[in-house]
Structure formats: C-alpha cells, structure tokens
Design a protein around this ligand. Sequence first.
Ligand code: ADP
Ligand code: MG
Length: 678
Amino acid sequence: MVDQTPPRIIQLDESVINRIAAGEIIIHPANALKELLENAIDAKSTMIDVLVKDGGLKLLQITDNGSGIDREDLGLLCERFATSKLSTFEDLSSIATYGFRGEALASISHIARLSVVTKTKDSSVAYKAYYSNGKLADSNFKISAGEASPKPIAGKNGTTITVEDLFYNAPARLKATKSKNDEFIKILDVIGRYAVHSEVGISCKKFGDSHQALITRPNLTLKERIRIVFGSSVANEIIDFKMEISEEARDLGLYDCFGAITTSNYVNKKKIQPVLFINGRLVQCDPLKRSIMSIYAYFLPKGNQPFVYVSLQINPQNVDVNVHPTKKEVRFLNEDEIIDIVSAKVHSLLSKIDTSRTFKTQSVLTREKRSTTGVSIGAETLAIEDIEKAPLKKYRQENKLVRTDAKQFKLHSFMNKNTSNNDTTDSNERVDVQLSSIVQLRQELVNSNHKGLTEIFNGSTYVGIIDEMRRLCSFQFGVKLFICDYAATLNEFYYQLALSEFCNYGEFIISESISVREILQNLYTSDCSPSVDLEDVVERIFAMKDMYEEYFKIKFDQDNNLISLPMILKNIEPVVHKLPYFFYRLGANINYEDERECLQGIMKEIALLYIPEPIANEPGSTDEEKALNDAKRDVLDQELENRVFPSLQQKFIATSDLLEDVMEIADLPGLYKVFERC
Ligand code: ADP
Ligand code: MG
C-alpha cells in the first residue's frame, strides 16, 4: 500500500524566499495544467482525470485520487512558497520532485478563479475552498473582511482542482494565447507525454464531449502507453531499454536511465519532440536532444524522424531548474559526460537493430504482403560493439582515427594490383580442392538453393542504387521491379565466391608494407580496448600464417607485415577501413581447432570485408564531404552495375534466407497503368 498521509505544508523562511529565482510564468493553459498534473502525481494518485473547456481558458479541472490536502493546510495552500516538499534552502537542491517551489498554485490563483475540493483518507468529509490572489476567498472569489474558511462537503478521497477563467485579469496574456483548439492540442500533448512516462492512469476530455480525447489505465506497460498516445506505427517499431549504470556514471550523478526509441524501421516524416523526463518531470534539454538526433542521422534516411523517450534520474543536487522560468529547459552538472553516456546507449541500440535489418512492405505499389523477419548480418559489427562500450564521443574520435589512417593506407597501398591474375574465375592453374570440409560446404550451398529466387537473380537487370545508407538497390526481372538489400545479398554472394574460388583467389599486392599490429592498434586505445588482448590476436593469426597464405592469399613478409589480400571478384576492392575489425576477428573469433568452422569462418570474414559500407552524410558534414560521398555512391553504382550484377547473374545461388531481402515492388504494366491514371 502506498502511504497516502499528506505531508504537512509549512511556509518557507523569508531568507529562502529571497534566494529563490524569479517566479513561475504561466503563458499557456498547458503550463498551468502541467503544474497541476505534477502535483497530482506527487500526491501518489493512481488515476487522474482532466476536463478542459475552451482550450483551458474557460475551465481546467484536474481530479485525482491521491493523498488529499489536510484541512489545516488549505489556508496556506495558495500562498507563495507554501510547499510541503521542502523546508530549507538546502532542500531546494536535494528535493526529488522539483516542481517544488510552492509557486504553481499561488501563481494560478493570481490569474484565475481557483477552487479546491479535497479529502484525506483520515477525514470523514471533503472540504471545498476558493482562492484569489493567494488567499482563501468566499464562493464569489472575493476576499472579504472576515476570514473565509473551507466548507465541508461530500466527496471522495483525493483532490479536485478547478481553474476557471484563466487570464481573466490579464488581458495581454489572453490576447497572446492562440486559438482554443491550439491550446487544447498543447494540453493534450503535455498529458500524452505524462501518460507515456507515468504508470498513473490519465484521462482527458473536452467539456461537452461524450468521449475521452485520451485515456490510459493505471499500470499499463510502457509499450501499451506509447501505443495509446503515439499510435501503433510508433509502438510497433519501438525498442525499450534500461541502462546498467556504471560506477563512473554514478559518480557523474547519473542514477538511472531508461526509455524507448524507434528503430530505423520506423518511417515517419513528422517531427516529434523527444519525450524527455528528468527526475520525473517533463523537461527539455536541447544539448541532449541534439546529440540523440545526430545519432539518428546515421541510421535514418534523410527527412525521417524518430520517436524518442528517455527518462533520467540525476542527482537532484546537480540539477538546475532555474535556467528557465517555466522550468522547461534544465541544466545539470557533468552534462556533456552524461549526454555522451546516454547517446552511446542509443547508438548501440540502433546499430544492433540495424544489423538485423528487416524489410517492410510499405510501398503502396506492393501487391502482396510478405511476412517480414530480419536477416542477421550481425557479425559485421562484432568488433565495433566492443569499442562501443566507451562513451560515444571517444568512440567517434576513434572511429575517425581508423578511417583517416585507413584512407591514407588505401591511397598508397592498392595502386599495384596483380594484373596477371585477370579474372579470378578462369585462371589456368586452378587448384583443385579436395578438402572434405570445403566439398561439404559446397554441397550444402547447392542444397540450400531457392530455385525461384536464383532464377530471378540470374535473369536480373541492374537498375540502380535506391538508398545508399540502407544499402538498397533495385533491379528488373522481366516486367517486374525488385528492391534488394545489397548488403545482405553481397554478404551471401561474396561468401559463395570465397567458397567456390577457395585456394584460387586473385590477390591485391600491398606496395607499402604495414604491420598487422599497426592495423590492429587502431582498435586499442587507453580508454577502450576490445576484450581480447592485442598480442594474443596477433599471435593467433601468425600461428596460422601458412594457411592464410596458401588458402586465402593473405600474405605476410618475414617481419610479419601484410603484403597481400585476397581478390575474390576482379576489380572489386575490400573496404580498407574495415581491416582493423577484419584482423581482430580473425585473431579473436575464429575457431582454429575445427577445420570446417575455421575455413567457413574466415570466408565469412572475407565476405564482410567486401560488403560496401553504408554511405551517409554525417550531420554537419561539409560540402566537400558531401561531394565525396556523392562520388563514392557513383563509384559503387558503377561497380554494382558493371562488375557485381553481371557476376551475380552467372553464378549466384540464392538461398531461401535471402527471401527476406528481396522484395517485388511493382510489375511494370501495373505501374504504367498507375501512371496513366495520374
Ligand atoms: P509545489 O508543488 O512546488 O510544492 P504547488 O503550489 O504546486 O507547490 O503546491 C503547493 C502544495 O499544495 C504542494 O506542496 C502540496 O502539498 C499541495 N498540493 C497541491 N496539489 C495537490 C494535490 N493534487 N494533492 C495533494 N496535495 C496537493
Ligand atoms: Mg507543484
């Protein structure tokens, strides 16, 4: 049972009063509503009902079933700085609920007719009281000579606060308010956000309407609440999370962090202000919002907007709510560090999801609905996840480091290609492989052939890249148009090439020797290292040096410098900046004890090394960087058209796993008909 004994209200010292920043400002009915809602939640209610007339300007009524207010406290209720939530200035900074300045009801009573009906569980009757300018008043809201006193009436446990004629004596404010409808939308927005955050049931109704504009029952799950407030399209694509708070985070004052965010599968063009709660209060924190949004920019197609709900518990002593008169925008100590921690979490959630990509049949042109499950190409980010445990900012820097180094590496290293091996497929001196594991893997591949899909790929005509960030391209087969996930498709295809050309790869000769240790070094920094020790990784690779050379054309010189890499498809280069991860996984994840597992594992790593990366403009990228990305996209488009698809048409065996990654979007005669009608 929740203790519903009401805390007693005491008046704050003059000195405390003087040290409190400027009064609360109520600009919109929604500001008043928010305060009243917070009070009702603070009073440990389980159900709160809101009634609104004329956008809250005529009537705002909040009924709760919380602790109620003691009769003796009703006289002080609307005095400025009357609060049951703190008594000394020290408390001001340590109070857990921080709509705590005892100003809300007082301010409202100065600009509206405010009345209260309240009953505590220990009282046999309810009391009704009227307020004006902070004082108890008579039922006409007049402050008469004699003392007005609360009247006993019948009523239920809890409190009803009625605010009528808001801004009746503040014509300037009244003028500044928008239409009644706009004000109502604002109110509904605040209520919806609290309904998402709080397990308290909340309802909201327009006066005169028979239906509720919004209603949640108590104790719904977070997902159910999000569904009610923001709709199924959001709720269906949500991942909720609760962070494990590390020792360091705790030292920074972050005590708890949980929430729910949409994945990159959520398609939405409308901006939704993030639902951000700090210590139980709906707030704004622009730096945090910006940081989270910049992460989404990596994962979402341009123009797409996420839904984000984050709730933080921060050491109340560290939170400064006085930066904004309505307490909307907050600041807290160690803000940068805490934002980095939260952002890193969002980043790792999104990248995990992104690697098990799903296709959704969103196109209106789609004729039949397909079931959609994800195909995992998760291994690609294994090593990345290792370093993701560090705060994002550091991770970003490291990531850049890897990229920059790799870029230089690329410029000088691949100039000199082994041209004698013209096409890796029709080399004259082919080695005939009799290894039983390879023979077996090839047989398994043939068995997993999906005839229909293979036929489609073999007869395909490449059309073009549709989305270089999500790695989607389209191709035509007969009169039908298909979308395909080229990352997933090439993951399979490159593995198949690695398997069929096993022992017979071409090679890329690296002109400038570079040690594997040096390549790996990028992943090992003082702040965040992958789990397996650098020396162990290097040692495990070199122990298999001969095998790498003979089977895979991964060659090292006497000083253990890398001198060549496999070429599995003519003129298609590996993605050089994946090399640190590539070697890390060869050294850390391959099982060298089992022949089949070992060879298959390495071939899968080789496939990953070749999958083109998503191309995305990072937020704030310069024109030069954007131009570079455009160029990258064009190069990739050419490669897919001239090298990859022709090869796919000849040799690809599509497995049923790939069914999830290819989707028919239209048949052309149908499409032409659609256009004709337009
Ligand atoms: P604050 O919330 O900052 O304390 P308010 O002016 O909002 O200041 O409220 C003053 C006091 O009135 C609160 O501290 C609380 O004790 C009491 N109170 C207000 N609303 C309610 C309610 N719905 N149920 C119980 N007590 C309430
Ligand atoms: Mg309050």
